[in-house]
Structure formats: structure tokens, C-alpha cells
Write a protein that binds this ligand. Structure first.
Ligand code: FEO
Ligand code: CA
Ligand code: CA
Length: 723
């Protein structure tokens, strides 16, 4: 997501108390984890191990500044300098290649790409979408999993000037003007998800497979199923689906996820901006920020066009205009804000798994998988002072449900088994390094003793209502407001979970009172959230421009307690609050993308991507990709982050993107010889405007029509990435 579409209104206004005097309350986590409380805390938490902790109970263990015992896995590249050019930069000995840029034809319905292509709804529906974000890979066979697979990627939003470059920009964008219907249809088709088969070529480069029967698009107009508690409820009845079982499109798909049974998860983030509602705004409309006036791209202004079919544009207007919900689109926004499951292997509909909550979902990541235990998914709400969530399935994991690569069978039925029934929790972080997951069910008691259903004014068994009002339910339970949760990552061996908290300019000093979006009084009004919240344990810096990565661990995936620490603080090297001691060679801000790259024997690499607007760092480098082996850094000391000033050589800058971009989306092939990332909203890249594949490391000699693209990074000698 670029600054262009971030929603900087503060939407969380809740009555629960944030941690307002954290230092007074704080019990040193060093005390808990290393001292006298350690045994009790570890016993409560089940005695599970602390990865990265080489000295948890030993008097002569590592002092601050001393490195832990060396581990087998080490990063074998030199951290690269910052870069501010129109090219991707990678370490010496590596190559980087452009793959499937926006507009790449998926089939013969779309003509060959050309730099002066005028997009139409039909061409865009048969081409790779715009602004690549989260992605994942789906092998067609285990044997060839590293050379030939389906790539599923999100197309989060659009660059209208690039999309409409041949005609000099979009039209109908002025106040009171209407957008032309075919421009709107084209923009709708540039959003969503792309599924495309890609293969490694005999020369070691990568190419997509045109006309593969697997190639397909999901757009902001594609019919989709609703599943889980909200399906069939009155909340999602529209003129399109009078029984509340269907909707059209997925929108602003930011980070991604995947399931153990071989499906792709795409996550609806800044979707509220596409809808408008001028009258009778409901609790959830206000809490999530459904706007009055004009939508982000004015799609709704095409409503009433002579060519409009089935309210394809009018559905973005959520005002109640009919006698009942079945006669209008008042409930259309309530069909958005979900985790959407896609089977990339079959020609099935996408399914919105509503049990995982309704908010601005950044992404969705499965927890450690254990036979006979529930399947767990973590997700975060990316807005200032919003929350982190976890879903725990009712069904327990059966390894027979694991993906059979390339097989043609009903993966979505398996998805229904694990994702439609379960419990949604929201996170409360305690100042002492512990935390708890608070259940969001109708009968859950709020801290003041009401049931959640009663506190929200819902019927006693209305789980659909809880889901529609997820954020208000979380407010009422006393969840901890965070510094904009972005991506998560799970170490599949230890079960440790990492999450980026990208930044928060509305985080205030210790001891200040929280303020609320309707003016500052501490009321229990629903439909509003924190405008500001004072620092708390995992969000300890006021006016947080650098962001941080946190880590937590749970006794087992289904438990409701956890233990947390800050893993690393982003900052510019010269900052006073450069708490992890970053240097020029690894300074970063606004961590966003994140991936735990398991390398065997309990070892792995944590990859961190940035979407930075903090000038302390943007003055030095474009957005970037960093790497660290978590086991190579010592555990946290007291309030300090895991990565401390003595460990700078362990956190290395691996790649830098071209001017204007953010670096997002990441996975490696199973053999670890190719790392795939995405370059979103570049300013003047890739260099050759007419080519589909080309080196990513070339800079254009003049101005080009920019295209978001996947980039494949490989070692020139064919070896494993990073080591
Ligand atoms: Fe689409 Fe939160 O970034
Ligand atoms: Ca971001
Ligand atoms: Ca993001």
C-alpha cells in the first residue's frame, strides 16, 4: 500500500483502557524470562523452548553486547548500501529478473503487451493485474516444485496515471464528474488476484506460461461465495444475493496467506474507501470508515450509465434506497473485509471465510501445524491503534488433508472444515511480557460483566453480528491498540510468530490520555476508535516513525496465553530512539512484508520488507529487503529488543527497490535457489517498457510507463539464496 491509499483517519474509538502508565506497571521481562519468575512463567506457558535464547537461565550467560553461541546457519552475503535509483539492487553474485509485470497477457484473449497499450475491460481481465502485493506458490508436482508452479498474487490497487497513460490519464475525476463506464470496468479488472503458471527455463531465467488452463483472474467484480457465520444472515442480504450467500469481487488485496491444504488466502485491506454511504451510517460503517461523498476512484459515479448491468456500479453506493435490503446495496460493504480462500488448482469460486473476522485485513498466516491440534491463523488490522487477531479451528488437524500437489479434488471443502467453525480471538498484550487471547463470541463476558452480544445490542446467539462488528467487539474486550499491524510470519518448527508494526504517528507519550474519533471524551460509544493512544509494551515509542517487529510464542497453537518481545526497532542510524542500534548498512523504517524462510534443523531466515515514508531513512535509501537469522541474535534483555546494538552484523540489507516503489510479497522455491519478491508502485521501472521479462537491475534511460512486477532473485552460481 502506498501513502496514496493509506487511510490516515483514526477509526478506532473504544472505551477500553490502553496501558497509560506502562513504566510503573512494567515488570522487567528479563526478570520474568531469566530471573526468579522464570520458572513460574515458563511453567504457566507450558515450558516450551525459547528459540534464540542460548542463556535463559544461566548466571554467566550472555551479557548485553555479547553474542550467543554461533548457529549453523549464517548469512553469506555482504550487507549492501542504500540505493536511490530506478533499478533493483542485489548483492554481488546475485541476479534479479522481472517476471509477469502488470499487463502481461495470460491468454490469447489479450494481445501482446506493448508500451503504448490502451487498456480495455476485456484486455485487463485477461492480463496480469496491477500493483502486485502478497503472493504464494503452488506446485503442480512435488518433484518439480522448484521449477514449475502456479503463482498466486494480489493486485492491491492501481496507478491511474500509468493505467491510462496513452490517453493522458483517467477521465471524469473532477468534482461532480462521472467516470466513463469502461474506464471503471477496466479499473475493477486491474484489482484482485492473478493466478499464473510460471516455469524456470533451460537458461535459468523464468517465464510465465501463456494460455495455461490454470491462468485466471479474480477481480473486484468476480462472483464469490460467503461462508462461515455471516453466510445467509440478514447482514449481507443485497439485491444481488437476496439470501445473503454471494457477493461480487474482492478488493484491495494486500498481504496474502496460504493453507496447509493447498489454497491461497487473499486479504481485503483498504476496501472501505471504494464504497460510499451518505445516510444512516451504522456502527460498522463508522468504525471501518465507509466514506461519505466520493469513493476512491469514483466507480460509483458510473451508476446509471446506459450500459450498466446488474447494478455493477450502483453496488458501490451503500445508501438504503429500497424498501428492504433485498432491493438495494446498503449491505454491500458488509460482504467485504474478509479473508478470501482460492483454490488455484481448480476452476472453483473464491470463498470469503467470514469466521476470521471483518476488518482491514492485512494478511493471514497459519500457525505451527500439529496433528490432532486445532489449525490456527493469525491476522492483523492495518490501521493506527488497531488490533491483532487469531482464529482457532474447531476441527483438529488431520495430515491426510495436506495438499496433494496438482491434484484435482475439493480443497475448498477442507477449507470449510477448518475455517468456517472456530473461535476468533483478539490480542491483549500485558506490560510484563505476557499476553492473552480474548475470545470474540456472543457469550464472552466483557471486563464490565456484560455479554458481548448484549454490549453490542445483538441477539444472544448472533455470531454473524459479532463478526460484522469485529472491531467494536475487540474494543469492548479490552484489546491492545497496536502501531498498524502489517505482515506476520511463523517459524513452523518453534511456532514463534513475528509481526510487523509499521509505524504510528498517533502514538502518544506515556501518561497522556487516549483520545477518540468523536472528539476526545472517554465514552463507550460504539462505532468509533482510538484517535490517539499512549505508548504500551509492544508499542513503546511515541510518534513512532520507525516501526518495529514483534515476536510472540504460545505453549501450543490453541492456547489463550502468550509471551512477547520486540524483535527489532526500525530507525534511522542517527536517531535518538534507534533502540536496536541500526547502522547505515541496515537502517530501515516501516517494516511491512515479512517471511520466515525455514532452512531445516530448526534454523531459518527472517526476511523483512519495507514500505517506508520516514525521511530519516528515505533520504538514504529506497524501500528494501533485509534478512536476519533469528537464532544468530541473543534474546531480549529487559525492555530491549532482541536485536541490540552489538548485533548489527546479523541484520543485513539484501536488496533495494527502484525509486518510488515499496518492496512486498515474498517466498522462495522449496530448493531455496530462487527468491520471489514484488515491486509495487515503482516510479520509472522496469527499464524496457516493451519487454515482459528483462533484468530488474537495469535503469531506464528516460521516462517509462511504470509497471509493478514480480522480481526473481537468484545466485549466478545457482546456489541457495542468502547462505
Ligand atoms: Fe496494503 Fe497495510 O499495506
Ligand atoms: Ca504498508
Ligand atoms: Ca502492506
Amino acid at each position: 500500500m502506498s501513502k496514496e491509499i493509506e487511510d490516515h483517519r483514526i477509526l478506532n474509538r473504544s472505551s477500553n483502557e490502553p496501558f497509560s502508565s506502562i513504566l510503573e506497571k512494567h515488570v522487567s521481562r528479563r526478570g520474568i524470562m531469566q530471573g526468579g519468575l522464570g520458572v513460574a512463567a515458563m511453567s504457566v506457558l507450558g515450558g516450551f523452548g525459547l528459540a534464540g535464547c542460548s542463556d535463559s537461565d544461566d548466571d554467566d550467560g550472555a551479557q548485553a553486547g555479547e553474542l550467543p553461541e554461533k548457529t549453523a546457519l549464517a548469512l553469506a552475503f555482504e550487507s549492501i548500501a542504500g540505493s536511490m535509483t530506478d533499478a533493483v539492487v542485489v548483492p554481488e553474485g546475485y541476479t534479479a529478473q522481472v517476471l509477469i509485470p502488470w499487463g502481461t497477457p495470460l491468454n490469447s484473449m489479450a494481445p501482446d503487451w506493448s508500451a503504448d497499450r490502451s487498456m480495455t475491460p476485456e484486455i485487463q481481465a485477461n492480463s496480469v493485474g496491477m500493483h502486485h502485493d502478497g503472493m504464494y506458490h503452488f506446485p503442480l508436482s512435488e518433484a518439480d516444485a522448484s521449477n514449475d508452479f502456479l503463482l498466486a498474487l494480489n493486485n492491491e490497487y492501481i496507478d491511474q496515471s500509468a493505467l491510462w497513460a496513452p490517453q493522458g490519464g483517467p477521465t471524469g475525476t473532477g468534482t461532480g464528474e462521472s467516470r466513463p463506464a469502461d474506464e471503471v470496468r477496466t479499473e475493477i479488472n486491474a484489482h484482485g488476484v492473478t493466478i499464473v503458471r510460471v516455469q524456470k527455463q533451460s537458461d535459468g531465467t523464468w517465464a510465465h506460461v501463456p494460455n495455461s488452463p490454470y491462468n485466471r483472474r479474480f477481480t473486484s467484480a468476480t462472483p464469490m461465495e460467503l461462508a462461515g457465520p455471516v453466510r445467509g444472515s440478514e447482514y449481507v442480504v443485497t439485491a444481488y444475493s437476496t439470501d445473503g450467500t454471494m457477493t461480487r469481487g474482492t478488493n484491495n488485496n494486500c498481504a496474502s496467506g496460504y493453507t496447509p491444504w493447498g489454497t491461497y488466502l487473499t486479504c481485503e485491506e483498504n476496501w472501505p474507501g471504494y464504497f460510499i454511504r451518505d445516510t444512516d451510517r451504522r456502527i460498522d460503517d463508522r468504525r471501518l470508515g465507509i466514506s461519505e461523498g466520493r469513493g476512491r476512484y469514483g466507480w460509483e459515479t458510473a451508476a446509471g450509465d446506459a450500459s450498466e448491468t446488474n447494478a455493477e456500479f450502483a453496488r458501490f453506493i451503500a445508501d438504503p434506497t429500497g424498501a428492504t435490503a433485498a432491493e438495494d446495496y446498503r449491505n454491500e460493504p458488509r460482504a467485504f473485509g474478509y479473508i478470501v480462500e482460492i483454490d488455484p488448482y481448480t476452476n472453483t469460486r473464491a470463498v470469503k471465510r467470514t469466521a476470521l473476522g471483518r476488518f482491514r485485513h492485512e494478511g493471514c498466516w497459519p500457525g505451527k501445524l500439529v496433528e490432532g491440534q486445532p489449525v490456527v491463523f493469525y491476522s492483523g488490522h492495518d490501521s493506527r491503534n488497531e488490533y491483532i487477531y487469531k482464529f482457532v479451528s474447531d476441527a483438529v488437524w488431520d495430515p491426510a488433508d495436506a495438499n496433494r500437489a496438482g491434484g484435482n479434488y475439493d480443497r475448498l471443502a477442507i477449507g470449510a472444515k477448518y475455517m468456517d467453525q472456530g473461535t476468533l480471538y483478539v490480542a491483549k498484550f500485558n506490560a510484563d511480557g505476557t499476553g492473552e487471547w480474548l475470545p470474540l463470541t456472543p457469550s464472552t463476558r466483557t471486563p464490565d460483566g456484560q455479554t458481548l452480544a448484549s454490549a453490542l445490542g445483538l441477539a444472544a446467539d448472533d455470531q454473524a453480528g459479532i463478526i460484522i462488528h469485529t472491531c467494536d467487539a475487540a474494543d469492548l474486550m479490552g484489546a491492545t491498540p497496536m502501531d498498524r499491524p502489517e505482515w506476520g510470519a511463523v517459524d513452523p518448527v518453534s511456532g514463534e510468530v513475528y509481526m510487523t508494526l509499521t509505524n504510528n504517528s498517533r502514538r502518544t507519550e506515556e501518561g497522556t490520555d487516549p483520545t477518540y474519533t468523536n472528539g476526545g471524551s472517554d465514552t463507550d460509544e460504539l462505532g468509533v476508535g482510538y484517535a490517539t493512544a499512549p505508548v504500551n509494551g509492544p508499542n513503546p515509542r511515541a510518534n513512532n516513525e520507525g516501526g518495529q517487529v514483534i515476536r510472540w510464542r504460545e505453549p501450543s497453537a490453541g492456547e489463550t496465553t502468550f509471551e512477547w518481545e520486540v524483535f527489532v526497532f526500525g530507525a534511522a542510524a542517527g536517531d535518538q530512539d534507534n533502540l536496536s542500534g541500526l547502522t547505515e548498512l541496515n537502517q530501515f523504517a516501516s517494516p511491512d512484508g515479512l517471511w520466515y524462510d525455514e532452512r531445516g534443523d530448526g534454523e531459518g531466515i527472517l526476511w523483512i520488507q519495507t514500505d517506508n515514508g520516514y525521511e530519516g531513512v528515505t533520504d538514504y535509501t529506497n524501500d528494501q529487503l533485509l534478512a536476519v537469522v533469528p537464532n544468530s541474535v541473543s534474546m531480549s534483555e529487559g525492555d530491549a529488543a532482541v536485536i541490540d546494538p552489538s548485533e548489527q552484523q546479523q541484520l543485513k540489507r539484501f536488496a533495494v527497490g527502484p525509486n518510488g516503489c515499496e518492496v512486498t510479497g515474498i517466498f522462495a522455491t522449496p530448493d531455496k535457489t530462487a527468491l520471489f519478491i514484488n515491486i509495487q508502485h515503482p516510479g520509472n521501472w522496469p527499464a524496457d517498457p516493451g519487454a515482459i521479462t528483462q533484468p530488474a537491475t537495469n535503469a531506464a534511460s528516460g521516462d517509462v510507463r511504470p509497471r509493478a512486477s514480480t522480481v526473481v532473485i537468484q545466485k549466478a552460481d545457482g546456489g541457495q539464496i542468502g547462505v
